[in-house]
Design a binder for this molecule. Structure first.
Ligand code: ZN
Length: 240
């Protein structure tokens, strides 16, 4: 199993590792800083460097419990090669900010409007989230935007916890986000806790404080059918 460093440290940009296997479209490493796509968050991109070579990583995906570093055209490091694995940090940090914004958004819409999330997706700096709502007006979007930015600016710390499965199943916030659907062998359960704002079982990467997200705009509200309304958000440009 690949040791996944992003599970505990989302801010780590690179690591040394050893190639353990080559597959048709990439390589497996013994450890990695790359986040494999999952939970709505895209996989990281970046590069692998070794003595005598370098190759771009076009994507990272999870396959049979391992992280596959999907390689762009170029040389492929052979099994046994020590490499330096480096993620595209600008892109990843945008994803961390976007992902954190979605947590606060989902909790806010649930708490203040009683609507559950039915789906969502994110790209670096923009995302969509679908809610179980009969209607979603432009005014609703503006109100949510204002509330969301106010909560983000309060600077809630974001922590990663590992809870015993039994404890996670009994946590009312986690029940709301369907912790019971997590496969039974998963114990402890990784939980992302945004103090006073949100708590979810989650495998993704997030920023350490909601203030780091910056401001978010609700750019569109649309209907995707009866009882399903979609909101699109964008981050304002990152502070330099
Ligand atoms: Zn998350």
């Amino acid at each position: 199993m690949t040791e996944e460093l992003a599970v505990r440290d989302a801010y780590r940009r690179e690591c040394t590792a050893t190639v353990v296997a080559a597959v048709a479209d990439g390589v497996l490493l013994d450890r990695t800083v790359f986040y494999p796509q999952g939970g709505g968050q895209p996989g990281d991109t970046g590069l692998l460097e070794w003595t005598g070579g370098t190759v771009a990583v076009a994507d990272a995906v999870r396959r049979e419990g391992e992280v596959v570093h999907v390689l762009a055209d170029g040389p492929v490091p052979a099994p046994g090669t020590p490499v330096r694995a480096v993620i595209d940090w600008e892109r990843r940090h945008l994803l961390m900010r976007t992902h954190t914004a979605l947590h606060v958004l989902s909790a806010l819409v649930w708490r203040e409007f009683g609507a559950k999330v039915t789906g969502g997706n994110m790209e670096p700096g923009r995302a969509r989230m679908d809610f179980e709502l009969e209607s979603m007006s432009v005014e609703f979007g503006r109100e949510v935007e204002e509330r969301l930015n106010a909560i983000l600016a309060e600077g809630h710390p974001v922590r990663v916890l590992f809870l015993a499965r039994a404890e996670a199943l009994a946590d009312p916030d986690l029940i709301r986000t369907k912790v019971s659907l997590i496969p039974e062998h998963v114990d402890p359960v990784r939980v992302v806790d945004i103090a006073g704002a949100d708590r979810q079982a989650d495998g993704g990467t997030h920023v350490a404080d909601t203030a780091e997200v910056g401001r978010v705009r609700v750019v569109k509200t649309e209907s995707k059918g009866k009882g399903n309304k979609r909101m699109r958000i964008e981050l304002e440009q990152p502070p330099a």
